[in-house]
Design a protein around this ligand. Structure first.
Ligand code: ADP
Length: 392
């Protein structure tokens, strides 16, 4: 660094100090300058923010010892001793670097110490740099996730767009069929084709909206009824796959404010995943659907008797495009779309699993505010198909 000036020494010093403050303020790192005896000559504002210091702590920060006292009280490993910069430098044989794990705020800091020299090369004190090492570790993962999400959005929008035209054609032909003189069985089948195609069109529309991050209309929804409706649609598939369904629904489940098509998509996806997981290791199995509520939230648990999710994969399965299924079976989009929809609704999804004893996915949604919202009529929901048994 080089200063060039024709002004007086005092003016240059003032200008340099304020410029230094601006430069340090732009850095993600925090810097502390000490004199020989460990008295603090300068601490950049970032230090306060990195350590979450109170006003009193910040103003009383005078020496390395006072900083070490504050840090020691916050260490995740209380036995760790913070060496003064000169010892850290000597012990590090010219590297002078250590990791400091804090419990409060929960953060991993990298601490580096270096000697300071004046213009003539004489020792002038010490400088320490503190860096949030955890944030740096997380950043590439976050960037990757953002990239994947953007790619997923484009992919989903593209697929949804391609599907919408053929679906409109199928629906048109199905309506033509309904106008023909058909025997009752064929008529019922044609009705079913119409209903399912309309549902597929709604899903495609909702995927397009999701990809564009548009807000979908939310209404007070009874989650139990969404579950029953979804089972009504896929019960035959489940039966054929040798799966016994157990329903354990909270009779006093409050309404949640949600988009019913998206909720149905969530339940369907979780059921398909559970069915596929069971089929991996067995020709039969059980899926239990359980709803419950707390003061502010409703919960849905989907528990299966499949092989479970290994502990090391439990955080990865919600990433877009993460799949353990063969090409053509898995896209790796199901759980990430579910997590995205739930986030938009102020909800959440978690997995718990003891490998070998199945997996349990728990979704949480906020309860709709009681502003005269009433439960939609139960008559609107189709009957639950025969393979479904009610639990306790
Ligand atoms: P896909 O089903 O296309 O693979 P998902 O995002 O729905 O995509 O699921 C991601 C991964 O999560 C699956 O490939 C599987 O490894 C795991 N998974 C999801 N549901 C279950 C389950 N019920 N049991 C075991 N593993 C599961």
């Amino acid at each position: 660094m080089r200063f060039a000036s024709t002004h007086s020494a005092a003016a240059v010093a003032d200008a340099a100090a304020s410029e230094l403050e601006t430069i340090l303020g732009l850095s993600e790192n925090a810097f502390v300058l000490y004199d020989h005896a460990g008295a603090i000559r300068l601490a950049s504002d970032r230090l306060r923010n990195l350590l979450d210091l109170s006003d009193a702590e910040w103003h009383n920060l005078r020496t390395f010892s006072s900083l070490a006292r504050i840090l020691s009280a916050r260490l995740a490993h209380p036995r760790q001793r913070l060496a003064p910069p000169w010892s850290l430098w000597e012990a590090g044989r010219g590297i002078g670097c250590e990791r400091v794990e804090l419990a409060v705020p929960e953060r991993t800091l990298e601490r580096i110490a270096r000697p300071l020299h004046n213009a003539s090369g004489a020792a002038a004190g010490w400088v320490e740099r503190y860096r949030d090492a955890g944030a740096e570790l997380e950043l590439p993962a976050k960037l990757l996730q953002t990239d994947k999400l953007a790619a997923m959005g484009q992919l989903v929008a593209g697929i949804a767009h391609e599907l919408s035209n053929p679906l409109t054609a199928v629906l048109g032909y199905a309506h033509l069929l309904l106008d023909r003189p058909l025997d009752p069985k064929a008529l019922a089948d044609a009705h079913r084709i119409c209903e399912e195609t309309e549902r597929a069109s709604r899903i495609v529309r909702s995927l397009l909206m999701l990809a564009r991050e548009a807000k979908l209309e939310r209404i007070p929804v009874q989650l139990n009824e969404v579950i029953e409706r979804t089972l009504w649609l896929c019960n035959w598939d489940l039966q054929r796959a040798g799966i016994r369904m157990e329903l354990n629904l909270d009779p006093a489940l409050p309404l949640t404010l949600a988009n019913p098509v998206q909720l149905q998509q969530i339940v369907l996806n979780l059921l398909v995943n559970a069915q596929q997981a069971i089929a991996e290791t067995s020709s039969s199995g059980q899926i239990t659907l359980r709803t419950r509520h707390g003061a502010d939230q409703v919960f849905l648990q989907v528990q299966d008797s499949g092989p479970g999710v290994p502990a090391e994969l439990q955080s990865r399965i919600f990433e877009p495009f993460f799949t353990t299924k063969p090409m053509g079976v898995g896209t790796g989009l199901g759980l990430s779309i579910i997590a995205g929809i739930l986030r938009q609704h102020g909800g959440d999804i978690q997995v718990s699993s003891v490998p070998g004893s199945g997996a349990t996915f728990t979704i949480t949604l906020p309860i709709a505010q009681a502003s005269g919202e009433s439960s939609p009529s139960r008559e609107e929901s189709p009957r639950i198909a025969s393979a479904v048994t009610n639990g306790d």
